[in-house]
Ligand binder design. Structure first.
Ligand code: PLP
Ligand code: COI
Length: 340
């Protein structure tokens, strides 16, 4: 398919309508076969569960053009599994993982002209999501759901590309112990809007959330997990039941261990320790791995030794290897790359 005529190098992270999207409906206890459609609008009951009680979840993954011109997606099986977990926790029906992967492939294929060319720095962001489409007025799960996937070409999530970010330690909590922080529920993001708008107003790029119970341990940001590098080049990342299990982070930990020969620790990370780390990065599908230069806690600044100009050396190696695998320059572990 011929590439669309877009200014690939200058895309930002915003929604741009593409040609086709996938839609499947759940009614009478079963998913229909689903189809691709040109209709980018959704018509649902005014009393739909998603509108009244926010019964919805979503996923995010990317498709890339490799150097030899293939289109590939990164670990869609992991997104399929995570969406199953999200759906179960929200009392929604699960969308079968093999059908999820097939729907991703069909959506990307149908929009192949929007997958940014190799080397452009842009990617096709793929957004699977599910919501309660049937009416509910008493607080209860809906009987009807819609699963959809759209795709949109995107550039960097953080403006300024790879320039180090400044985080603010938030007084707001993102997720409670035993709550929904570990699933990708739309409601987690609604909850974070006031905190992110406040952070932006105060000149910060993102919030660093601490654990809700004690406010002593690092959790994650509104849209990405956090990775630290120690002064002796060990990777340290928070272990918590209330953060989203990031597929990017899981992949980076494997890369650190198996490609870069680094030691990796997934454990509780106390905020007190942060001042002693050498590098910090935010990782996620949208964020890839974005370097953090400064963390501000109620006016007290922690400046990472890697500085405000460049990615730290270990962060850079992680970034190069991950994007190398995603763009087909580096051979990835088995099963990471799904050819479309
Ligand atoms: N944490 C949160 C809250 C997110 O929204 C995301 C984005 O998906 C991530 C972490 C990163 O997850 P992944 O690497 O699977 O995209
Ligand atoms: C992603 O990285 O895919 C996300 O869903 C994060 C979101 C904040 C854009």
């Amino acid at each position: 398919m011929e590439k669309k005529n877009l200014d690939w190098a200058n895309l930002d992270f915003s929604y741009k309508k593409t040609d086709k999207r996938f839609v499947s409906n759940f009614r009478n206890g079963a998913w229909d076969e689903g189809k691709l459609t040109e209709d980018d609008t959704v018509t649902i009951s005014e009393c739909a569960g998603v509108l009244q009680y926010s019964q919805s979840c979503f996923e995010g993954l990317k498709a890339y053009t490799t150097e030899d011109g293939r289109i590939v997606a990164f670990r869609p099986d992991m997104n399929a599994k995570r969406m199953e977990n999200s759906a179960k926790r929200l009392e929604m029906p699960t969308f079968p993982p093999e059908r999820f992967i097939d729907a991703v492939v069909r959506t990307v294929k149908a929009n192949a002209g929007y997958v940014p060319p190799f080397g452009s720095g842009a990617t096709l962001y793929v957004r699977p999501y599910m919501f309660a489409s049937g009416p509910v007025i008493g607080v209860a799960p809906s009987d009807e759901y819609q699963f959809r996937i759209f795709s949109t070409p995107v550039g960097p999530y953080f403006k300024g590309g790879a320039r180090p970010l400044t985080l603010c330690v938030s007084d707001f909590d993102r997720a409670a112990p035993n709550g929904t922080g570990h699933i990708k529920a739309g409601l987690n993001y609604a909850m974070s809007l006031h905190a992110i708008v406040t952070a932006h107003k105060n000149g910060f790029n993102e919030n660093m959330y601490l654990d809700a119970a004690t406010h002593t341990k690092v959790e994650e940001t509104g849209g990405a997990n956090i990775i630290f590098v120690t002064k002796d080049n060990k990777i340290v990342t928070p272990k918590s039941g209330s953060i989203l299990p990031s597929i990017t982070r899981l992949s980076l930990l494997e890369i650190a261990r198996d490609y870069l020969g680094l030691e990796v620790e997934e454990r509780e990370v106390y905020f007190e320790e942060v001042k002693d780390f050498a590098e910090c990065g935010l990782c996620g599908t949208a964020a890839v791995i974005s370097p953090v230069g400064k963390i501000v806690d109620h006016g007290k600044e922690i400046c990472m030794p890697s500085g405000m100009q460049n990615m730290g050396p270990i962060t850079k190696k992680l970034y190069d290897t991950l994007t190398g695998i995603q763009m087909g320059r580096v051979e990835g572990p088995k099963g990471w790359i799904k050819v479309i």
